[in-house]
Design a protein around this ligand. Structure first.
Ligand code: KG4
Ligand code: ZN
Length: 383
């Protein structure tokens, strides 16, 4: 096994990463440079994502058994497509790949098993070290990828707060350094992305609801609000906003949308649907941003990272930037706000390669025989 020092002396290293924790089969190759520094230069050479969205749309959510069968079908073609990418076509891949990385957990066990077993097989056959990655760490480390056109050109600075908002997670995580994850708040019920998906389904919109609500809400103008709704204040509540902790709850918000819709005539008018999308999104983004800023203040952080599928949301991005800029000005400080490149917000293997690269730098490599999929893996196992 390579020591950290020999790695630091190398010009670059290449990682083949695999992600199959939910309903995306993904493989990526990353070339890591600047190995002697603490800020790695992570270049994504290839990042293939095969989404199962169409398959699950008719069920309004991910159907676990179907997801794992689909991963079995897709895993090798996706890896093959990734390996055939232009940049590495002429070289012998297994002379140039140094590490295999894979999402170990958390996620759907049937889905995880497909990626983990594929990665273990490659690691065994080609005698490459295996790097097991926590899915949420992957989302966080997507913010350390600096090679995509819309990625941030400033590295996240420690200490930092990471807001992880996806279909399965809504957490605030304090990191005083690489891989020191302290979960300071979590959702008590639904995840933010799950609330987006459920509200979209109540409105008769397609799955996944996040991008659909994002689009409809961005076109909403209050002058075109539904005339039958007398709105004097916020239409929906901001759950747990004034509580003295960093937890979230989105199930009550979802229920309040449901009760509101029960009072409306069906089929819902277009103007009503766009007003509900807008108002729901304002409620979710207010809670996410205000709670994160409170945490940033308490923990005196230098950076805020936002990641996970919901971090693709344009309103969340714009509103967050506005609020952080105002907060910095008012307090005469400079907290950096980081979002991943939009293509890396939702599940992908490039983010797994990014987390793996910092694990390698810290000397955390393994051989295939002690790695198993873990549906309930906790972040503290990464320390
Ligand atoms: O990170 P991700 O791909 O998978 C999980 O780990 O859960 O996140 C998927 C979630 C879905 O709930 C989806 O509706 C939401 O991210 N999402 C969005 C947007 N794009 C995806 N939510 C709000 N706005 C978006 N633009
Ligand atoms: Zn995810």
């Amino acid at each position: 096994m390579k020591t950290t020092q020999t790695i630091k002396n190398k010009k670059f290293l290449r990682i083949l990463a695999i992600e199959t924790s939910c309903d995306e089969t993904s493989a990526a190759i990353a070339e890591i440079k600047n190995l002697s520094s603490n800020n790695l230069d992570i270049n994504i050479i290839s990042n293939i994502v095969s989404s199962q969205i169409k398959l699950h749309a008719k069920y309004g959510g991910v159907f676990p058994e179907l997801a794992s069968r689909e991963h079995v079908k897709n895993i090798l073609p996706v890896i093959e497509e990734c390996l055939n990418s232009q940049a590495i076509k002429k070289t012998n891949l297994f002379d140039s790949i140094d590490y295999i990385a894979v999402t170990q957990g958390p996620g759907l066990i049937g889905s995880l098993l497909v990626g983990v077993e594929a990665a273990k097989t490659l690691s065994f056959v080609f005698n490459k070290p295996l790097i097991p990655v926590h899915h949420v760490a992957g989302h966080i480390y997507a913010n350390f990828i600096n090679s995509l056109p819309d990625s941030s050109n400033i590295y996240p600075q420690f200490p930092l707060i990471a807001l992880v908002v996806s279909g399965g997670h809504t957490s605030l995580i304090y990191m005083k350094n690489h891989f020191h994850f302290e979960v300071i708040g979590e959702t008590l019920d639904d995840a933010a992305g799950e609330a987006y998906d459920k509200v979209a389904s109540m409105l008769g919109l397609s799955y996944p609801g996040g991008p659909v609500i994002d689009n409809i809400a961005s076109k909403y103008k209050s002058s075109k609000a539904d005339k039958t709704i007398k709105q004097t204040a916020n239409l929906f509540p901001r759950p747990l906003l004034n509580q003295n902790n960093f937890n979230f709850s989105f199930s009550g918000l979802k229920t309040s949308v449901l009760y509101f819709l029960k009072k409306q005539n069906k089929p819902f008018k277009k103007s009503l649907v766009s007003q509900v999308c807008f108002e729901f999104q304002e409620a979710v983004t207010d809670v996410l941003i205000i709670k994160t800023l409170k945490a940033a203040k308490k923990y005196h952080v230098s950076s805020i990272i936002v990641c996970g599928g919901v971090s693709a949301n344009r309103r969340l991005r714009d509103k967050f930037q506005e609020k952080v800029t105002r907060y910095n000005k008012k307090n005469n400080i400079n907290i950096y706000l980081h979002f991943p490149a939009r293509s890396l917000s939702t599940d992908n293997a490039a983010m797994i390669a990014a987390a793996a690269s910092y694990q390698i730098l810290a000397g955390k490599t393994h051989t295939w025989y002690n790695i198993n999929a873990n549906a309930n893996q906790s972040l503290s196992s990464m320390h």
